[in-house]
Design a protein. Structure first.
Length: 160
């Protein structure tokens, strides 16, 4: 396995191209093997608490929306994209979120807590961003991303 090299990026706010470097904080990581791209954390904003009724007022911030807000506040937009969606259809094991990256597997997680698990999702996104094989490594993965994994989906461009 080749070692990656770390170097300063001339425009850390620029969106990295698929073949370009990946911004992580104030440095860019360029792989000598496979290029990496910025990961995305996808959050279900409609997830509710199990005790919430169907007619519960939406004036309270739902846990999914609270997690999305915590992620937006904590994330470096040069390193990760935060995307809110209306529903991930994982209601029985909500609060749900997913980690995705071009050329990598997508991971869906449930049983998350808002806003406590924002840091775990961001760490998972960081690990996926630098993964050479497109898999989220088990070692170093936050505990909630081990026990809360619902499924993983292969990349769309995966060879048959």
């Amino acid at each position: 396995m080749r070692e990656g090299r770390v170097r300063a990026h001339p425009d850390p706010g620029a969106h990295p191209a698929r073949s370009g470097p990946m911004a992580l904080g104030s440095v860019c990581v360029t792989s000598l093997a496979e290029p990496t791209t910025r990961p995305t954390v996808i959050v279900c904003t409609t997830c509710r608490r199990p005790e919430d009724t169907d007619d519960a007022a939406d004036t309270d911030l739902r846990p999914g929306a609270a997690l999305a807000e915590a992620l937006q506040a904590a994330a470096d937009p040069r390193a990760v994209t935060i995307r809110s969606v209306g529903c991930l259809a994982n209601c029985k094991r909500g609060l749900s979120a997913a980690l995705s990256r071009a050329g990598a597997w997508t991971y869906v997680f449930g049983g998350l807590c808002a806003p406590d698990d924002a840091a775990s999702l961001l760490e998972g996104a960081r690990l996926l961003a630098v993964s050479q094989d497109g898999l989220l490594p088990w070692r170093g993965r936050p505990d909630i991303l081990k026990r809360g994994m619902i499924c993983r989906i292969p990349p769309m461009e995966m060879p048959l």
